[in-house]
Design a protein around this ligand. Structure first.
Ligand code: G6D
Length: 250
């Protein structure tokens, strides 16, 4: 039984406002006002209102990756220079089936310092329900990143979301604490457990539709990632240094 949202037509996946099941990067989430300071000022497109969203118009979500299939995994790779960011990056995303779970490995290298923050924008569906808001969610977090005009500005304590018997409309970044699993999303008959070595997750309850997909809150995303807008948050290490390896697993 299908547990994720899908488009009917392949071409709809290329350019849609939902980032349906896409890999977003170099920077998942919003970069405040499309500007960051790293070895000088970098000015990016504002493709998400007043901010830069999910890597902008040249996002990895809009690119064709090479792929290699083996018996239990598929490896997607991309050598790119997102036209808005400096330098060249090599991205590798591995989806691996291990018994009843899917393991996604995010890897990247860059020839210059860059704020790298890759995420998977998979929409899990409402399982047996009509809306994801009917389902439960538990999250191993007591802090979230405060949003000012949709932009994360820094951590604040908030324990309201640790154990939700009914999910509310969300588009919020949560700071994950050690906990196994990090997130449980469940309906009467189905349980999804999400575990990750990332330090945060944006929970998004599909609050917007797009022409290719009717209806809202039919899907929920657990966009595990580094702190969105982390490059603009004092003290947060958001930078992939030139020649360094970026690797995270969810
Ligand atoms: C909206 O604010 C939300 C994002 O978090 C989401 O990823 C996107 O729609 C698909 O811009």
């Amino acid at each position: 039984v299908n547990k994720v949202l899908t488009f009917d037509k392949l071409e709809d996946y290329i350019d849609n406002g939902m980032y349906m099941n896409a890999i977003c990067g170099p920077t998942a989430g919003r970069i405040d006002s499309g500007v960051y300071e790293l070895n000088g000022t970098v000015v990016l497109s504002k493709n998400g209102g007043d901010h830069h969203l999910h890597g902008g118009d040249d996002s990895y979500a809009r690119k064709y990756f090479d792929y290699e299939i083996s018996d239990d995994s598929v490896v997607f790779s991309l050598d790119t220079n997102n036209s808005e960011y400096p330098g060249k990056q090599r991205i590798q995303i591995t989806y691996k089936l291990i018994e009843s779970h899917l393991e996604i490995t995010f890897e990247a290298t860059s020839d210059v310092d860059i704020p790298m923050n890759l995420t998977s924008h998979i929409y899990f569906n409402a399982f047996e329900e009509e809306s994801v808001l009917e389902n439960k969610m538990r999250i191993s977090s007591y802090r979230r990143l405060e949003l000012i005009k949709q932009v994360p500005v820094g951590p604040i304590e908030d324990k309201r979301f640790q154990n939700m018997s009914k999910i509310i409309e969300l588009d919020d970044p949560f700071i994950l604490e050690d906990g196994n699993p990090s997130i449980i999303y469940q309906s009467k008959n189905t349980v999804l457990e999400v575990d990750t070595d990332y330090d945060s997750v944006v929970v998004y309850t599909q609050n917007y539709a797009c022409p290719e997909f009717k209806g809202i809150q039919k899907g929920i995303c657990f966009e595990t990632q580094k702190w969105p807008n982390g490059i603009n948050i004092e003290g947060y290490d958001a930078v992939l240094k030139a020649g360094q390896k970026y690797k995270h697993v969810t």
